[in-house]
Design a protein around this ligand. Structure first.
Ligand SMILES: [Zn+2]
Length: 444
């Protein structure tokens, strides 16, 4: 209890504290008066599934309730304790045909509430229709749109699919997917789905056309280390660890520059070249006040985030790293950590054809057109999604999130999606699900 007589500062302080508390706490979840597609989207957004402590249980419960209310079957799988994967199924009339899988991840990246104009888990809808929330674009929108589209097809149009349609809600995509999709695709439960075609998340488009992605770039973590004779800070000698590391960094910087020049010249998209970005430098001998300044260290290290295009010649790049970026002749060693698959089970690049050789592509394109949408030129995604695990199994997979005329805000502050864009997305999925599930010709 506060004592009113103590200080005149107190009321101000209390006001300040309560304001601070208000901005740090999500508003009460009492906006469930109407049951509408927008409201259901907001409810999903208000479940905090951000890392490092995603509330998977509440999210799965919510999605399961939605699926059951539409009359769909559900199954919760757990390949790692406390990391559930929800599978929703709409059985087709011909279960012998390969099925359609619509994938989305439940988790999201963290958000810093103080840097947002609305609390990231409030899902506030502003008068101009913007719904602000972490996950609004990446990728809770598609998660609920899938269900909404099926709901309309099933209950309003009494549409019956020929192929079975599955929706998967997977954990941990944002931290690499190793306990999520990576384990799922190797499981017998996945094999039993007999998946013929996958739609996974894409990215917003700032233009009037929808974007579609036929491949991801694949990350490598590269660490290079230099060893050398230590020496007094005043000495001049060859092959010190620092000298050799710096020479390597120069070579790598040149390679990075050459790749970037191609992009700057407009000859390739950002996602069509190899990116190599330095992420840390580690050297020096610590002292209580910083670093020992009169000694040349015997070890130095640097780390790089490398993103490979699906067509990257892996042997050639490895040779380049061994011979030019970390040559043993300069007392250097290196370590490459591959963050996911680079080739499919047949040894082929992880690319889904977007031409007539892939019958699914034509059907997908027709479906988008039928919904009044236009597709931009298919792209490689600059980053990485779970689609790579499905492509590794040889299953054609496209990245697609129907958000046009929308700024790209994934992982950014003030991530939002407009209500009209969200609702239009449902219509687009209605068409896509109808076309894909009625398509009888392709086996795989
Ligand atoms: Zn995502």
């Amino acid at each position: 209890m506060y004592n009113h007589h103590q200080s005149s500062l107190f009321p101000t302080l209390i006001l300040f504290l309560s304001l601070t508390l208000l901005s740090a706490t999500p508003p009460p979840q009492n906006q469930q008066q109407e049951d509408s597609p927008i409201n259901r989207f907001q409810q999903y957004l208000r479940i905090n599934t951000a890392h490092p402590n995603p509330d998977y249980t509440s999210a799965v419960t919510f999605l399961k309730t939605q699926a059951h209310s539409i009359g769909l079957q559900t199954q919760t799988l757990e390949f790692t304790p406390n990391k559930p994967l929800l599978l929703v199924t709409w059985p087709g009339s011909n279960p012998t045909l390969p099925s359609i899988l619509l994938n989305s991840h439940i988790d999201s990246v963290p958000a810093e509430p103080s840097k947002w104009s609305h609390h990231p888990f409030s899902a506030v809808r502003t008068p101009d229709g913007k719904i602000f929330a972490r996950g609004a674009q990446d990728d809770k929108c598609i998660g609920v749109q899938y269900l909404e589209a099926i709901k309309t097809l099933k209950n309003e149009f009494s549409f019956e699919p020929i192929r079975t349609v599955h929706i998967s809600y997977v954990p941990d995509e944002e931290i690499g997917g190793l306990d999520g999709m990576a384990k799922f695709v190797k499981a017998k439960e996945f094999e039993e789905l007999n998946v013929g075609f996958v739609l996974d998340e894409g990215q917003a488009s700032t233009s009037n056309e929808f974007r579609v992605f036929y491949a991801d770039r694949s990350p490598w973590n590269l660490v290079i280390r230099a060893l050398g004779t230590p020496g007094h800070g005043s000495r001049m000698f060859d092959n010190s660890a620092m000298e050799n590391l710096m020479k390597s960094i120069e070579v790598i910087t040149k390679f990075r520059g050459n790749q970037f020049d191609v992009v700057k010249a407009g000859l390739a998209a950002n996602s069509e070249v190899i990116s190599v970005n330095p992420v840390y430098l580690k050297a020096g001998i610590p002292s209580p006040t910083g670093f020992v300044m009169n000694m040349q260290p015997s070890e130095a290290e640097a780390g790089f985030d490398i993103r490979l295009t699906p067509m990257t010649d892996l042997d050639l790049l490895k040779k380049r790293i061994a011979e030019e970026w970390a040559p043993a002749t300069m007392n250097m060693t290196y370590q490459i950590t591959e963050k996911g698959p680079l080739r499919d089970y047949m040894g082929q690049p992880l690319v889904t054809p977007t031409n007539d050789s892939n019958p699914w592509w034509s059907v997908f394109k027709q479906a988008v057109t039928a919904a009044g949408g236009k597709l931009a030129k298919p792209e490689i995604l600059p980053s990485t999604t779970d689609a790579r695990f499905m492509r590794q199994m040889g299953i054609p997979s496209l990245g697609f999130s129907p958000m046009k005329n929308t700024p790209i805000l994934l992982h950014d502050h003030n991530e939002f999606l407009k209500d009209t864009v969200y609702l239009e997305g449902i219509k687009v999925y209605e068409s896509i699900i109808k076309y894909l599930s009625s398509f009888e010709e392709a086996s795989r």
